[in-house]
Design a protein around this ligand. Structure first.
Ligand SMILES: O=C(O)CCC(=O)C(=O)O
Length: 284
């Protein structure tokens, strides 16, 4: 075992505390819940180190210009699937407390990793994250699918913390994925255009957000509408999202979405699982 592997194997695999019945009920009713103080500082420290490395290495890109940010504006850096190449992010996705928390919230016997995303809004980044549902981006069907959003810095609405439309996961609408930093839908995708959430009182009044600290984790259902404001503060807003599936998730090829490894090896209706989506819970 090399030094990195040894250091990672020393990190805690169980959460600071299990999810409570109230948190499960909130997740079911609202499609989002904040889990306070569930991750140990050791995880935050190593994951933040990897995120800084990913941002500095160019493995993730500044999404801002795609949404019209001026050249040279503070970046909104995003990237997907870094767990394939970064041992810390792989350990975080598969052997950290996250999967156990997700199993509890989804009331699922198994949890598989779908993907991770690095999401960094630098101080002053003018780029909002446009409202979307994650389900629109996934070649998946099923109700037991969620995203854990893990802040690595304290975050508030001023620095661009995410906000969610409470209960929107229960709406029977499939939304088209957009370009994330613009309302334009990804060409060739299917579904309804995401409504103007802030301009629609019925949706805007259901918005919920949380001031978060490192160690807190928010978890939202893949069908919950959410977005995030620009970072108007002088602090970084670094986060990692890790997205997981539960027992009922099945592959479904959807037109217009980017390909992903192994998608040509699976058939619609196959259960999600290894080798393309490793099992994160239960552990061997
Ligand atoms: O971090 C952000 O700005 C957006 C996060 C998000 O939409 C997600 O992880 O699903």
């Amino acid at each position: 075992m090399n030094e990195t592997a040894r250091a990672l194997s020393d990190l805690p695999t169980r959460p600071v505390r299990p999810v409570t019945d109230d948190e499960v009920a909130t997740f079911r009713a609202d499609g989002v819940v904040v889990l306070r103080g569930v991750l140990q500082p050791e995880w935050i420290e190593v994951v933040a180190g990897s995120v800084d490395r990913v941002v500095g290495s160019g493995e993730a890109v500044d999404l801002g210009p795609m949404g019209g940010a001026e050249p040279g504006a503070p970046a909104f850096v995003g990237g997907v699937d870094h767990w394939h190449t970064d041992p810390v992010l792989e350990a975080f996705a598969l052997r950290s407390p996250l999967a156990e928390l997700v199993a509890g919230l989804l009331t699922s016997d198994t949890v598989h990793l779908w993907e991770d995303s690095v999401l960094v809004k630098e101080p002053g980044s003018p780029s909002p994250t446009f409202f979307h549902t994650d389900a629109g981006y996934f070649h998946l069907t099923g109700r037991q699918v969620c995203t854990t959003w893990v802040p690595l810095d304290a975050a508030t609405p001023e620095s661009g913390v995410v906000r969610w439309v409470r209960g929107s996961h229960l709406d029977e609408v499939d939304y088209r994925p957009n370009l994330f930093v613009s309302a334009d839908p990804i060409p060739g995708t299917l579904g309804e255009i995401v409504p103007d959430v802030l301009g629609t009182p019925e949706l805007a009044e259901r918005l919920v957000t949380f001031d978060v600290e490192p160690g807190d984790v928010t978890v939202h259902h893949a069908r919950t509408l959410h977005g995030a404001p620009p970072n108007r503060s002088d602090r970084r807003r670094r986060a990692v999202s890790v997205r997981y599936t539960g027992d009922d998730a099945r592959y479904l090829h959807k037109p217009g979405l980017p390909d992903r490894p192994g998608l040509d090896q699976v058939t619609d209706g196959d259960p999600v699982g290894p080798p393309w989506c490793p099992r994160a819970w239960p552990r061997d």
